[in-house]
Ligand binder design. Structure first.
Ligand code: PEP
Length: 271
């Protein structure tokens, strides 16, 4: 496994470095299918996952493309596997060509929506401000946002992890209350680890998860302990167990390895 050896951030106190809070939080393993799978292929994958799903304490979520959400959600309606969208627009209706709204994805069967994924930030001009609007719109429609944050390799090497993560959290969660925070899932996804095969070590990931929880605690108090924080970045069956054993890593957001049933089920089994 390729691992980076750049300096870690200074996450601060050991306040959250224990397993006490972990059972207050929903453990989640989510698969982001990105720009992959026709409707038929998405259904095939959903079927294989459903058939092979082991008994697990984890909430299992899959995020197909917009056009496959309805079919996949319909197929999974009696299954414990939940469906997520990969993004959404913040307005409900209107002259916004090419976009899809929270009421639409909810109507199609989604319960979750990924917001602020680094690929949206990188290729589609997503900013902390638009992320904030989307999170508010998702909450208004009872969708659970999976709010992604993470630093690039250049930011990590420049010792800016702390600044980048706290800025993304502050901007994305602007004007929200502790009650709102309790309905949000956060995903820490170091950009350098997404789709690259380079994985943060469990220690590197845990350190940033602690930073995230402490930043949330400063803003929202004790509710921070109830927020599930997922790790994402080249998670696979061979590294998931160790990552998920860390006190502040409550689950995983999986890209590449969620496209093959065997790998995604392997991650769930190992967890
Ligand atoms: C992702 O895109 O959210 C992701 C974590 O991708 P991968 O697992 O392929 O690195």
């Amino acid at each position: 496994m390729a691992q980076l050896t750049v300096p870690l951030c200074n996450a601060g106190s050991k306040m959250y470095v224990n397993n006490r809070g972990k059972n207050m939080r929903t453990p989640i393993i989510a698969g982001n299918w990105k720009l992959n799978k026709t409707i038929g292929e998405a259904l095939e994958l959903a079927k294989t996952l459903q058939q092979g799903l082991p008994t697990t304490k984890f909430e299992i979520v899959v995020a197909p493309s917009y056009i496959a959400i309805n079919k996949v959600a319909d197929f999974l309606k009696n299954s414990p596997i939940k469906v997520s969208a990969q993004d959404m627009f913040w307005e409900d209706t209107g002259a916004f060509t090419g976009t899809v709204s929270a009421p639409m994805i909810k109507d199609a069967g989604a319960k979750y929506v990924i917001i602020g994924h680094s690929e949206r930030r990188q290729f589609f001009s997503e900013t902390d401000e638009t992320v904030n609007k989307k999170i508010k719109a998702a909450l208004k429609h009872d969708l659970t946002p999976i709010f992604c944050v993470g630093e690039t390799l250049a930011e990590r090497e420049a010792g800016k992890i702390n600044a980048v993560i706290t800025t993304q959290l502050d901007g994305g969660l602007r004007d929200l209350t502790a009650n709102d925070l309790a309905k949000i899932v956060v995903a820490y996804e170091p950009v350098w680890a997404i789709g690259t095969g380079k994985t943060a070590t469990p220690e590197q990931a845990e350190e940033v998860h602690v930073l995230i929880r402490e930043t949330l605690a400063k803003k929202f108090g004790d509710t921070a302990n109830k927020v599930s924080i997922l790790y994402g970045g080249s998670v696979k069956p061979s590294n998931s167990k160790e990552l998920l054993s860390k006190p502040n890593i409550d689950g995983a957001l999986v890209g590449g390895a969620s496209l093959k049933a065997e790998d995604f089920l392997g991650i769930i089994k190992n967890a």
